[in-house]
Design a protein around this ligand. Structure first.
Ligand code: C2E
Ligand code: MG
Ligand code: MG
Ligand code: MG
Length: 294
């Protein structure tokens, strides 16, 4: 306490800032305990083929089940996990659990035979010299083929990368894993820079999908989609909430959709039902889409 007062210029703190600092310290203590006591769970959101309506993959999304506060969003605790170094243990858990779970669905659930899983990676994980080893071991242990794993890295993180991280990304890709740029359009990557990144999939940020109002302007999304085509990248649109957004994106050639319009993230136990419902919709409609499952 005395030490932090000297270092932080405590006298100039507003009481509200003091309260926020205390809250941060409390959350950090709780987060350490959460890692020891395994308070994390993974939920899954379907990635839907815009052409057939089938579930072609899932994104693994972590949740913290805090014993007193209930479910805490990753938006709140991932930044804290990154700054405290706890992201390594949390990320390792999510990767292993997601690979194990999707390998099980692939062998047990009709329609899930070729399902892929996307796992989010934070910047500090990319700096870990053992990341390639961890991913290799995890694939071996869970039996998931490397080609069925997608690792998502945000555009901002990719733009900041130095040589060592690029070497890691290339080594991951060498295993057969695919890399996706997450939240595309929110960072500052130039076309020439993107061209040099070892990525396979571009995920269009929800903010662009939001702008596709009923009589809205398609030009921005159109530009992103044609750029992706030029670079040979597959495209995923994030945060599709309305049918008109789905149909506009599908008409412009976007490959995959993700969003509440198809399904919110669901508990693992509910995913087989979501896959089965999508399978029925896909087969009964031919090239139709999946309506409000889950
Ligand atoms: P993200 O990777 O861009 O994931 C998509 C987020 O959008 C998820 O939020 C998802 O629930 C939400 N979403 C999907 N469809 C819709 C929609 O139609 N409308 C709206 N409003 N939201 C939608 P979530 O699960 O809260 O995760 C937030 C972010 O936290 C993720 O963004 C990702 O950056 C991070 N995150 C989640 N899980 C992990 C993890 O295991 N590791 C790391 N490093 N980051 C994670
Ligand atoms: Mg993501
Ligand atoms: Mg995203
Ligand atoms: Mg996003």
């Amino acid at each position: 306490q005395a030490k932090s007062q000297r270092q932080g210029g405590y006298a100039t703190y507003h009481p509200r800032m003091h309260e926020q600092l205390l809250e941060r310290v409390r959350l950090e203590t709780d987060l350490r305990r959460a890692v020891e006591q395994h308070q994390f769970r993974v939920v899954y959101q379907p990635l839907v083929d815009m052409g057939t309506g089938g579930v072609n993959g899932v994104e693994a999304l972590v949740r913290w089940h805090h014993p007193e506060r209930g479910v805490i969003s990753p938006v709140t605790f991932i930044p804290l996990a990154e700054s405290t170094g706890l992201i390594g243990a949390i990320g390792e858990y999510v990767l292993r659990e997601a690979c194990r779970q999707v390998a099980a669905w692939r062998s047990e659930v009709p329609g899930a035979e070729n399902m892929r899983v996307s796992v989010n990676l934070s910047a500090p994980q990319l700096d870990d010299p053992d990341l390639v080893g961890l991913v290799t071991r995890t694939l071996e242990e869970t039996g998931l083929p490397a080609t069925s794993l997608v690792l998502e890295v945000t555009e901002g993180v990719l733009v900041d990368q130095h040589e060592a991280a690029l070497t890691t990304l290339n080594a991951l890709r060498g295993l057969g894993i695919r890399l996706a740029i997450d939240d595309f359009g929110t960072g500052y990557s130039s076309l020439s820079y993107l061209h040099r990144l070892p990525v396979d999939i571009l995920k269009i940020d929800k903010s662009f999908v939001d702008r596709l109002s009923d009589n809205g302007d398609l030009s921005l999304v159109d530009a992103i989609l044609s750029m992706a085509t030029t670079l040979g990248l597959a495209t995923v649109a994030e945060g599709i909430e309305h049918e008109h957004q789905r149909s506009a994106l599908a008409a412009q050639g976007c490959d995959i959709g993700q969003g509440y319009h198809f399904s919110p993230p669901v508990e693992a136990a509910d995913m087989p039902g979501v896959i089965t419902a999508a399978l029925h919709t896909a087969s009964s409609r031919g090239a139709g889409h999946l309506e409000h499952v889950g």
